[in-house]
Write a protein that binds this ligand. Structure first.
Ligand code: SAM
Ligand code: SF4
Length: 311
């Protein structure tokens, strides 16, 4: 089992399988000039699976596949089927939903049970403003398809932004219509001009929500919608830091292990994999990454764009 210097059990890996994305969400790609990694700088599926297998042996139980946009990467369903065959308790995926209509059935057949879908606006023009892409109707069809394919739970994630503040109630109605969970996430970026705290959201929506007992492993605080009991989560990395219960490691698309999202500390696993290192040598670097996990973070500017780290 992986336990860090501060006694936290590390059992959750966020796996970014690509830095590519068809969207250009301004809060995700705004930290620096956006330069795509060369293809040979990205981990192969075989390399990712090798790391995942070693992580599983070290007690990692939960995997989140992320990106970039993971459904853009060729062969994603086959990769998912190999990952779900490993002894993890839970494998899930987060997507912008654009390719879900096409891929939902394949992902389900590959053994994926649950899925998170990011959507930050339910308004056609608002969606284009945030993502730089006219894709709302395609994403909505993707969400519907995911529901039909039987993913359970489906969680809808929206980054809380000044620009979508007038749609908060619409998001709740949208989640209610589909009977799926809604979660709001505070933006994590140096530019605070569009930042909206989750407390502001709760203040605006409070008359529709009741606080639930803290539940689950994750960092969200959950409320339920009074009208129908739909779960509404608030993930507040700024206003309610959850570092003391952080159980995560991140593997970036270009093969670095990041013990903390906001630290520039990262360990190069790809180099070891490219050089044919033994499982023991890779295991040692994973253990080193866990040992170097900081107690908490100070919200420095992100050193890499989110699309490569995976959020
Ligand atoms: N493209 C997929 C998606 O959008 O779900 C997976 C990758 S994306 C980097 C993963 C998650 O990170 C998304 O929910 C996205 O909204 C979130 N994210 C990206 N940049 C963020 C930021 N600056 N602050 C908060 N969340 C962010
Ligand atoms: Fe792409 Fe997801 Fe980043 Fe938006 S948040 S640019 S969809 S990786």
């Amino acid at each position: 089992m992986l336990i860090d210097t501060y006694g936290r059990k590390i059992n959750y890996l966020r796996l970014s399988v690509t830095d590519r994305c068809n969207f250009r969400c301004f809060y995700c790609l705004s930290q620096k000039d956006f330069v795509l990694k060369r293809h040979d700088a990205i981990l192969s599926y075989e390399q990712i699976l090798k790391v995942a297998k070693i992580m599983s042996g070290l007690g990692v139980k939960y995997i989140k596949i992320t990106g970039g946009e993971p459904l853009l990467r060729k062969g994603i369903c086959e990769f998912v089927s190999k990952l779900t065959a490993l002894p993890f308790k839970d494998v899930s995926l987060t997507t912008n939903g654009f390719y879900l209509e096409e891929k939902a059935d394949g992902l389900k057949e590959a053994g994926l049970k649950r899925i998170n879908i990011s959507i930050d606006s339910l308004d056609k023009n608002g969606f284009v403003k945030i993502t730089g892409f006219d894709g709302l109707s395609q994403v909505l069809r993707g969400i519907k398809k995911a529901k039909e394919a039987g993913f359970n739970p489906i969680k809808i994630n929206a980054v809380a932004l000044k620009g979508n503040k007038n749609q908060l109630s619409d998001f709740l109605d949208f989640a209610s219509e589909l009977s799926i969970q809604m979660r709001f996430i505070e933006s994590m970026a140096a530019d605070k001009s569009y930042f909206l705290s989750n407390q502001e959201l709760i203040d605006m929506l409070g008359n529709r929500l009741t606080l639930m007992e803290e539940s689950g492993l994750g960092p969200a605080s959950y409320y339920c919608l009074d009208s129908n009991g739909i779960k509404v989560g608030f993930i507040s990395p700024y206003s309610k830091k959850f570092c003391s219960s952080c159980n995560r490691l991140r593997l970036t698309a270009d093969g670095y292990l990041k013990p903390c999202l906001f630290s520039d500390n990262k360990l190069n696993i790809k180099q070891l994999l490219d050089n044919g290192s033994t499982d023991k040598e890779i295991e040692d670097v994973i253990i080193e990454a866990v040992a170097s996990k900081p107690k908490d973070h100070d919200f420095k500017v992100l050193t890499d764009n989110m699309n490569c780290i995976g959020g």
